[in-house]
Ligand binder design. Structure first.
Ligand SMILES: Cc1ncc(COP(=O)(O)O)c(C=O)c1O
Length: 404
């Protein structure tokens, strides 16, 4: 059945007239590449995550690459990465010629399993890269303790994780370097963008220099009134700088970050309340000692339900959904290069087969949230009945209502 309601996309940026005006103002200023707004955004974002140093760049991928480079990761080194993540987390390891060692995750929240990290440690392990999956911080105390014991660097992939906290500490303070994403679907957006934050002044300086062609100092200022044409290249750097148009967006989004997070949290609570009693759905959990950014809302279907069919049905009910993630070890490149089988990392494999990410973003209306809840419960109920018969029907009060 195709619903007549308008399509609810899986993700949508929350952009207001304030963002529009900020971008127009940059265009009017004629300074449209890296400049004062990028520097302003950098300072503000660093302060927002309690980090002494912040390097704003044009993606989280760039930030992760710069962090590995600054940490001195070399060909032959090993970097431990959870398999349940996006392409970026491991591809940057290959950029520096190192080996991504993929490890399994916890079933409860899809964050990296610390015991799996311990098993994967070797004398060549140079970096552990936890990914704060969906915006829930990973088990950072245990990970940092391991890293200190063995002299390993921790570079956190916090692409999903702003704003959030761990044991009362800001997510920007937990690792040696923490990398954020401001991609279009993320919790705050600059269209494309990212940042690396750290307490290490030397690494921050290296990342800053390498983010703009390896030019020694304030390369971005060279066309400004107070700038100089003279520059020196001290290393073969990259072109990773964040422009002022993007930064202007970021400054406004940053000011709205808590308000947008509060809205996502309210949506997550509504989903939790609606889905908690449905026996064919499993929900991920956030440990009580941390807060989530609520970037993703993942449901796991009972193993015998058809996940792909469920997503198709949601689409026919005008609801966009996604899957986070196809585990890296199941992709041809990692599977074939490093000889993984799907069952090599069984928790992630099972989670992938059963997971669906539902829409959760601050621009969603209550009516849209209800539409998602209604469709999910109806489909879960119908599928459970087709497997087990009508006696598995939930109590009348929880029966989903047809959306108009
Ligand atoms: C876990 C994770 N890491 C890194 C990235 C890369 O972010 P960006 O697109 O800003 O490079 C993403 C993007 O979706 C992600 O989900």
């Amino acid at each position: 059945m195709t619903s007549m309601t308008s399509f609810i996309p899986f993700a949508l940026p929350d952009l207001t007239s304030v963002e529009f005006d900020a971008v127009v103002e940059v265009l009017r200023s004629k300074w449209i590449t890296t400049g004062p707004r990028a520097k302003d955004f950098e300072a503000r974002f660093g302060a927002a995550v309690d980090a002494p140093h912040c390097v704003a760049v044009n993606s989280c991928t760039a930030a992760l690459h710069l962090a590995l480079e600054a940490a001195g990761v070399r060909p032959g080194d090993e970097v431990i990465v959870p398999t349940m993540t996006f392409a970026a987390s491991a591809e940057v390891v290959r950029y520096v010629g190192a080996v991504p060692v993929l490890v399994d995750v916890c079933a409860s929240n899809h964050n990296v399993d610390v015991a799996a990290i311990e098993r994967a440690l070797t004398p060549r392990t140079k970096v552990i890269m936890p990914v704060h999956f969906g915006g829930v911080p990973a088990d950072m105390d245990e990970i940092v303790a391991l890293s200190r014991l063995f002299g390993i660097t921790v570079i956190a992939d916090a692409a999903h994780a702003f704003p959030c906290s761990y044991k009362g500490r800001n997510v920007g303070t937990l690792a040696d370097v923490t990398c954020f994403s401001f991609y279009a679907t993320k919790t705050i957006t600059t269209g494309e963008g990212g940042a690396a934050v750290t307490a290490r002044a030397g690494w921050a300086e290296r990342m800053r220099v390498m983010s703009l062609h390896g030019i020694s100092r304030d390369a971005w200022k060279r066309y400004m009134a107070e700038g100089s044409w003279y520059y020196e290249i001290v290393a073969p750097g990259y072109k990773y700088n964040l422009g002022d148009i993007a930064a202007a967006l970021g400054i406004v989004q940053l000011a709205r970050a808590d308000e947008m997070r509060a809205r996502r949290e309210a949506i997550a609570r509504r989903y939790d309340d609606a889905f908690r009693g449905e026996e064919s759905l499993e929900l991920l959990t956030c440990p009580p000692d941390r807060t989530s950014s609520h970037h993703l809302y993942v449901i796991k279907l009972a193993p015998q339900l058809d996940r792909n069919g469920f997503i198709e049905k949601l689409r026919s009910h005008s609801i966009g959904a996604s899957v986070h993630f196809i585990p890296l070890h199941e992709h041809p490149y990692y599977r074939d290069t490093y000889d993984y089988r799907p069952e090599s990392l069984p928790v992630a494999h099972d989670a992938f087969r059963r997971s669906i990410s539902l829409p959760i973003y601050s621009a969603m209306t209550d009516a849209q949230v209800d539409q998602v809840i209604s469709a999910v419960l109806r489909l879960a109920c119908a599928r459970r009945e087709s497997i087990r018969g009508p006696e598995s029907r939930p109590t009348a009060t929880r029966l989903p209502v047809e959306t108009p």
